[in-house]
Write a protein that binds this ligand. Structure first.
Ligand code: SPM
Length: 428
């Protein structure tokens, strides 16, 4: 009886055959050195997976060099072949079973492991195709093969789009339903730990710097004296950690509605969250709207480090929120808002910038290239009461910070406000 998922993949069409590669470790040394046992394996396996043997099993020991010493064998079958090498130096075995007729790779794996007395096994099967995979088939294949190893981004916010972002993940370190959202932490083999809110990637250990630096530093080198700063969102501490690189900063208020984001970040992202225990940083787990109402004309800079406009951050993309941010800035204040991808969220960008233009005299848009978010980039709205992001940019001050940043530089500052033509039009 062949597993139903394998059957589905095999019979969906375009299959030429099925290949299973089985790696065995810590085999019984006597078994892999015994020609009779190897021949018996080929015979018994063929009977078990119902393959018709053709001609005799060929099993030859090659032994000139210890590294490769051991038997190699082949067994032709009517529908292709079984072959392998049994490595005496390491007591490992490498077996391939290829057949145009379907069989169950799991049955083959279990039998092979048992026959050679292996302690550990690694195996992979692959449907060999007449035509290459389409993107949808590949996605389905990946999910079916082992869903626990892949994370497809696409919460409510991306539901209408293709699954554009895929991460290979290891262990799920945390899955928590907070008072406001679903909070998950994954360990990934390539990018370190990864925070996900309501199905959307927030950041990874490896690339958080791209986003956090670019949301923080451009405005810091445009405003001449950014001493009092408010962060809305940003409960993970990443933005505050960047801001503290500037000695000019006297006080940072951080207002993130979800206290769990702060706590979880301290535990799973201690480097990013280190600012949360700094004496200049004051954390408020409150509603941002109410917080702003109580603080008019207070801040030199307000940074809105929000998640996407679905769930708790939905209201942070509305005109009346932009107005409240404006009201809480001093008369020469600057606000910078997370403002999505020019490739898939043109509507949000246009709407946000239009609303801001009705409030601020200076509004611009810039972006950062990052592997963390779908389409490989994310943009920011720069809204200012007085200072222009390029004309008032203190390049000398930014250049003097050399070595403090991994992404930001004076050149990047200037370049990031230069938009591709289709995106520039969104800002008109
Ligand atoms: N401090 C990090 C918080 C991250 N905030 C922004 C996350 C945006 C994620 N979504 C991008 C989706 C598509 N543009």
């Amino acid at each position: 009886m062949v597993d139903k998922n394998i059957k589905k993949q095999f019979f969906k069409g375009k299959a030429w055959g099925l290949l299973t590669s089985i790696d065995l470790f810590d085999c019984n040394p006597k078994k892999i050195r015994n020609r009779k046992a190897i021949v018996a394996y080929a015979h018994k396996l063929c009977d078990l997976i119902e393959m018709k043997r053709f001609r005799k099993t060929v099993a030859v020991r090659f032994g000139a060099e210890p590294r490769v010493a051991g038997y190699s064998f082949t067994q032709l079958i009517e529908t292709s072949l079984v072959s392998g090498h049994l490595a005496e130096d390491t007591n490992a075995a490498y077996i391939d079973i290829f057949s145009c007729k379907i069989y169950d790779p799991k049955v083959a794996e279990a039998f092979t492991k048992k026959h050679f007395g292996a302690k550990r096994v690694n195996s992979k099967y692959m449907v060999r195709r007449i035509e290459p995979y389409s993107k949808d088939e590949l996605a389905e294949e990946v999910i079916q093969h082992d869903p626990s190893k892949w994370f497809f981004e696409g919460g409510q916010f991306l539901r209408h789009l293709e699954p554009v972002h895929l991460f290979r993940v290891g262990k799920k370190l945390l899955s928590k339903k907070t008072k406001y959202q679903q909070l998950d932490i994954y360990k990934t083999p390539t990018f370190g730990n990864m925070m996900v809110l309501d199905g959307m990637v927030q950041f990874t250990d490896a690339h958080e710097f791209t986003y956090h630096e670019m949301l923080s530093h451009p405005a810091m080198f445009v405003h001449p004296k950014p001493e009092h700063i408010l962060i809305i969102g940003g409960g993970d501490g990443g933005i505050a950690t960047e801001l503290l690189k500037h000695k000019v900063v006297k006080r940072i208020d951080l207002c993130d509605i979800d206290a769990d984001v702060c706590e979880v970040s301290k535990k799973y992202f201690p480097k990013i969250a280190k600012s949360l225990s700094n004496h200049k940083v004051h954390v408020y787990n409150e509603d941002g709207f109410r917080f702003l109402d109580e603080r008019r004309d207070t801040y030199d800079l307000i940074i809105v480090d929000s998640s996407d406009p679905a769930g708790p951050a939905k209201t942070l993309f509305l005109k009346n929120f932009y107005q409240k941010v404006y009201n809480s800035l001093k008369k020469d204040g600057i606000a910078v808002h997370q403002c999505e991808s020019m490739f898939i969220h043109a509507d949000i960008i246009k709407r946000s910038l239009n609303s801001m233009k009705q409030i601020y005299p200076i509004v611009d848009y810039y972006y950062v290239s990052t592997p963390m978010y779908p389409t490989g980039l994310i943009g920011f709205a720069f809204a200012s009461k007085k200072y222009h992001p390029l004309n008032d940019f203190n390049e000398a001050k930014a250049s003097a910070f050399k070595g403090a940043f991994k992404y930001y530089s004076a050149d990047i500052h200037k370049a990031s406000f230069t938009l591709p033509e289709f995106a520039r039009k969104l800002t008109e």
